[in-house]
Ligand binder design. Structure first.
Ligand SMILES: Cc1cc2nc3c(=O)[nH]c(=O)nc-3n(C[C@H](O)[C@H](O)[C@H](O)COP(=O)(O)OP(=O)(O)OC[C@H]3O[C@@H](n4cnc5c(N)ncnc54)[C@H](O)[C@@H]3O)c2cc1C
Length: 387
């Protein structure tokens, strides 16, 4: 028997350091997350503050950024960390993606020196948590329609509006909020507890239950002039951050798929049907072979995109291709693995149904599969079909 990843000799594409980082994150997940995550999912709770400190102590938060307490690792190392986190649960990877690739990246890329000094070292250590407010109740795929506003009043900014579906919202110390100004969309750092700023958790989610999702309400929130991110102008600001987070999902989704496939292979070996192991039936083997192929292709694509990112040549369209393919295939793998587990597959005793319902959110956030298809369609034809 060989591991699904060994079929493609994936490790030959990785450096010793990358393999070591993968093992470290896997060990943390085995020790701190796997024993508890089904319970967190069932209860719809996440000890986000504790986890952020644990993940900060191993250098995972903002690990692909340089300076300000960040580890300055390469894109493939970051991707492998996302893979291991999402093999535990997509909610964990979401916490890390939003912290590192959305909130910290926005400050790192577009912030003033004072903003970087104030937030990044504490966020890298997991002592402070951030969230990223772009989506609104009426504007998800089309953030350009946003209604949130920031108006100048003397030297201050006054923010009004509502952001919806915001990961880490109620556990955050700072929200990166995107709002319309007279000079186009700008980003603002809104500290938790600012007068007029309230946060309400989204209840009754059936997906990503081990993740905090919130509504942010800004009702005349007055911020000093220096709360604005000086380096981000227009929608390219938030879209640049989303591109970072999407890259992590290219790897992360394959982590969820790998965990499902490993679970299904073990189950099929143990489970007897018609007096033989389930694994010995040709239909089972065809399912396993098909899934191993899609997993292997997705991992090869992820590593290839990681190398392009490290070389500084990756394009947003390439990231869209990776996100669209790998999340779609991970969801298919999770569903197929679920069938192999029969009735056991619908319980939280096994991780498969949890990954499957989690991946429904992953398919939707950071650009839906339809939007990424349209990005590729535009690249292939030169014709935009978004509106
Ligand atoms: C668990 C979770 C966490 C999230 N975390 C965050 C976060 O931290 N920060 C944040 O800002 N947002 C976050 N989001 C929001 C997420 O990014 C949006 O849900 C997503 O962009 C889709 O927007 P929508 O839900 O409004 O769907 P809509 O935009 O209303 O789309 C509905 C459907 O229409 C399709 N569609 C839209 N436009 C077109 C078109 N032109 N052609 C064809 N089909 C189209 C979509 O693909 C989709 O199938 C999160 C969402 C979830 C579920």
């Amino acid at each position: 028997m060989i591991a699904p990843t060994a079929l493609f000799a994936l490790d030959t594409l990785l450096t010793d350091e990358e393999r070591e980082i993968r093992s470290t994150v896997r060990r943390v997940c085995d020790r701190e997350i796997r024993p508890h995550v089904a319970g967190w999912f069932e209860d719809g709770e996440l000890p986000a503050r504790e986890l952020a400190r644990t993940l900060g102590s191993v250098g995972v938060l903002g690990m692909h950024l340089d300076g300000y307490g960040c580890a300055g690792m390469g894109a493939v190392s970051y991707g492998l960390a996302c893979l291991e986190l999402e093999a535990a649960d997509s909610g964990l990877r979401s916490l890390v993606s939003v912290q590192g690739s959305l909130a910290m990246y926005a400050i790192w890329k577009y912030g003033s020196e004072e903003q970087k000094q104030e937030w990044l070292p504490a966020m890298a250590a997991g002592e402070r948590i951030g969230c990223f407010g772009l989506t609104e109740p009426d504007f998800g795929s089309d953030p350009g329609g946003m209604r949130a506003t920031a108006k100048r009043e003397g030297g201050d900014w006054v923010l009004n509006g509502t952001k919806m579906w915001i990961t880490n919202g109620s556990v955050s110390d700072v929200a990166v909020v995107w709002a319309r100004t007279d000079e186009g969309v700008r980003g603002f750092l809104v500290p938790a507890g600012a007068p007029g700023f309230t946060v309400n958790d989204v209840k009754h989610k059936i997906s990503l239950r081990a993740s905090v999702t919130s509504e942010l309400v800004l009702d005349g929130v007055r911020l000093p002039g220096e709360a604005m991110l000086p380096g981000a102008r227009g929608l390219s600001g938030p879209l640049g951050c989303l591109n970072e987070a999407r890259f992590g999902i290219v790897f992360g989704s394959m982590g969820a798929a790998l965990d499902c496939l490993e679970t299904a292979i073990a189950y099929a070996g143990d489970r007897e049907v018609f007096a033989r192991p389930l694994a010995s039936f040709q239909l089972t083997q065809e399912k396993l072979a098909d899934m191993a192929l899609e997993l292997g292709k997705g991992l090869l694509l992820a590593v290839h995109l990681g190398r392009l990112k490290e070389a500084g040549t990756i394009t947003p369209e390439q990231v869209s291709a990776g996100k669209l393919n790998n999340v779609r295939e991970a969801l298919e793998i999770a569903r197929k693995c679920r069938t192999l587990l029969g009735a056991s597959g619908v319980t939280l005793e096994y991780p498969v149904i949890r990954h499957s319902v989690n991946l429904e959110s992953v398919l939707t956030y950071e650009g839906t599969s339809e939007i990424h298809a349209l990005v590729l369609g535009k690249a292939l034809t030169g014709i935009g079909a978004f509106s």
